[in-house]
Design a binder for this molecule. Structure first.
Ligand SMILES: Nc1ncnc2c1ncn2[C@@H]1O[C@H](COP(=O)(O)OP(=O)(O)OP(=O)(O)O)[C@@H](O)[C@H]1O
Ligand SMILES: [Mg+2]
Length: 248
């Protein structure tokens, strides 16, 4: 459904050029979780941002259901964004502190007028929040609850693909697992496809059916989760695996 082919993103000019994404191809279909893993600075967020028009594309193509589109063109941006939602790492920064969480979630509903409050309530229930909390401000919620609001807002436009970029790394370890489980449950309930990005291979293994591994802007490994974990072909994946604490 979402297909990224031979994507290149360059920042800067001349000798200062950084090739943040270097000829990367990746595909995300409905009803699946695709994991994207790699160390800090490997280009994961840049790839995701390019797909939603937030980073410049130097080469390559992005297509949706077989049709190529330019994520950075204004006309295309809305079209591309509605079925494609990006959940940011930091729920503290991504929610407007002055806006009630119900209003934040309702923003994702676009122009739809009828039944707004009811739909907001349903979305809050979907992320296991109390619909009665709709009037609360973000500061009245915990980090994990705020990230649930961000997920509810992303789901409001009935997206076909969610991009979840390090959505638990700003959270306390004690609530990370709950947010991951919630995302898995929502995936099963709604059939949304998810590009799940993390620097933590253990987390990606838990979440995803296929895994792509990035290093220094390049895709160095791709396969089903079992293949990548059982038979990593690239030394870098082996390093990442070795760094994963053993789960008893
Ligand atoms: N706006 C920008 N301008 C210049 N360079 C950038 C910009 N954004 C990212 N980069 C560079 O691109 C490279 C990839 O960064 P990116 O944020 O995509 O990595 P990442 O894999 O998401 O890392 P992390 O796990 O820390 O989130 C890095 O070298 C970074 O410094
Ligand atoms: Mg990142």
């Amino acid at each position: 459904m979402l297909r990224v082919e031979n994507l290149v993103v360059r920042y800067g000019h001349g000798s200062k050029t950084v090739v943040a994404v270097d000829d990367v191809s990746i595909a995300v279909d409905a009803a699946s979780i695709v994991g994207l893993v790699g160390e800090s600075g490997s280009g994961k967020s840049t790839l995701a941002r390019a797909v939603v028009g937030l980073a410049p594309i130097s080469a390559g193509r992005v297509s949706w259901n077989g049709l190529e589109f330019d994520p950075t063109s204004r006309a295309r941006r809305d079209l591309a964004r509605r079925p494609l939602q990006y959940i940011f790492q930091d729920p503290y920064a991504s929610l407007d502190p002055r806006m009630s969480i119900g209003t934040s979630v309702a923003e994702g509903l676009g122009g739809r007028r009828r039944g707004r409050a009811a739909r907001v309530g349903e979305l809050l229930e979907l992320v296991r929040l109390d619909p009665g909390d709709a009037t609360k401000l973000p500061r009245q919620l915990s980090g994990g609850q705020r990230q649930r609001v961000a997920i509810a807002r992303a789901l409001a436009s009935d997206p076909q693909i969610l991009i979840a970029d390090e959505i638990t790394s700003a959270l306390d370890v004690s609530v990370q697992g709950a947010v991951l489980n919630l995302l898995k449950e929502i995936q099963a309930e709604t059939g949304v496809g998810i590009l799940f990005i993390s620097h933590n291979l253990a987390v990606v293994r838990y979440m995803a059916q296929t895994i792509s591994v990035m290093k220094s802007g390049k895709l160095v490994e791709h396969g089903t989760t079992d293949e990548v974990i059982e038979r990593p072909s690239h030394p870098y994946t082996q390093e990442l695996l070795a760094a994963v604490p053993r789960l008893v």
